[in-house]
Design a protein around this ligand. Sequence first.
Ligand code: FES
Ligand code: FES
Length: 156
Amino acid sequence: MPITLIVNGEERATQAAPMTPLLDVLREEFFLTGAKAVCREGFCGACTVHADGIARMSCLMPVGLAQGCAITTVEAIAADGVLSPLQQALEDHDVVQCGMCFPGMVMSLTKFLEQNAHPSRDEMKTALAGNICRCTGYERIIDAVLALTNAPQAAE
Ligand code: FES
Ligand code: FES
């Protein structure tokens, strides 16, 4: 019996075994390769997606648990090819190095900023704890996000 899920607003089905990592189904069946397979052990955050509005590491989520879930991947963050404000801020500050961590960073930070629109520097450091950047660009990422959230248009 297929497992059905809503991926980026579209109903999708897979015959994958229920314990197959969601990450593998997204990448290998649905060709959504934004979520990266790096550690596959829940340490790096490169595979982060949103599942029913919660940031989850898709390498640790069996696809059987995603039955009926709304899954959002990084491919859906830029609507109609227009970068989200977060993506634009990261781009404007030229923070991307190899880029391997960035899909996960974007997914984690998008969810974080929904919950805390004006984070402090320390809160940003905590928010990034689950996303490892091997190029060690953390300070520039934080600078970019704080520039976005402290911009006049971001003020409440
Ligand atoms: S690939 Fe999932 S946490 Fe690293
Ligand atoms: S930019 Fe290379 S791992 Fe983060």
